[in-house]
Design a protein around this ligand. Sequence first.
Ligand code: TTP
Ligand code: MG
Length: 363
Amino acid sequence: MKSQVQDKKSATRKIIHVDMDCFYAAVEMRDCPALRGIPLAIGGAQTRRGVICTCNYEARAFGVRSAMPTAQALKCCPSLTVLSGDMQKYKRVSSQIRTIFQRYTNIIEPLSLDEAYLDVTDCGLFQGSATRIAEHIRATIKEELSLTASAGIASVKFIAKVASDLNKPDGQCVIRPDEVDAFVKGLLLEKIPGVGKVTLLKLHEMGLYKGEDVQSFDKHILLSRFGKFGHSLWLRCHGIDERKIETERVRKSVGVEVTLVEDIHSQTQCNEVLASLLEEMKKRLIRVCPDLQIARQGVKLKFSDFQQTTVEHKQPFYDEHLFSILLEEAFTRQKGRGIRLVGLTVGLNTAFQTEAEQLSFQW
Ligand code: TTP
Ligand code: MG
């Protein structure tokens, strides 16, 4: 009964998920005609063990993909042009895109530089047609920024997100409330945001491949196997997603990390890397938490076999020296493996942030 009520409530919302097409690569092709029509990727250099951030469709035809090591990408596509990219420029373009969104609604939740949810339920343009609003947003982005975007339109967030991928590039897809059930029935579970490789394997072992398999599966078994995640998977497979568009994100942590050009093996080397990260950490932390009152500090190491370990400690006040103690503990888990990444995190006191925000409202 409760889910039917929730369903009706969701059915009244109009959500658009906008996702730019091969974003970083598209910006570079726009700004340099010589890069158009050739396989192009943005990523780290092969010699520095970099990975591909993104690539254009010409490169995708060769099998190049995001997160692939650059060396492997060059094997797939020897003629690939790899640029290091310009984050400042992508951030500028991203804020131009945001300015366009704001003409249609103020309820915008950015997910990354090139992706956002918009709630256009109360947008009066185009007689309230979310389909036409999405078409207009995409046409405006094309006209003003010479870039293409794709969109998904639905009554709940995750379906809008999945839908924005279906007619990429430069396309859009609408899933109407009365189409949701058929849509989730046929939906492969790996398409649901949050279902990673490991979870997918477990789901497959249980004979679950599509939304309809989950629909007819015992909910209690899902809950006991996966806890909270099992619950949200069950909801998603019934087309339910009550999450609102979050216009203000409360930052929960600050992190800095470095992937090393070559693996390191000793604690002294780890300490040197740690020292090189401290300045950046302090700089970022002060920006979001000037009084340095925090909740946790942690250290992360990734080993040569790509396994990673973290050591965290509750800590009310930021203390740089604590990182070396945590690092020492993490280092004991090395077991002869090389170390390829060192990272530091500071968990923030989010309750305090919320209180601070409320106080500022009173002014
Ligand atoms: P995506 O939207 O995942 O990719 P995309 O816009 O390049 O391509 P698509 O047309 O399939 O949407 O990511 C947006 C940007 O984020 C992308 O241009 C580069 C960056 N990115 C990374 O840096 N590393 C990654 O692993 C991924 C997936 C993206
Ligand atoms: Mg994109």
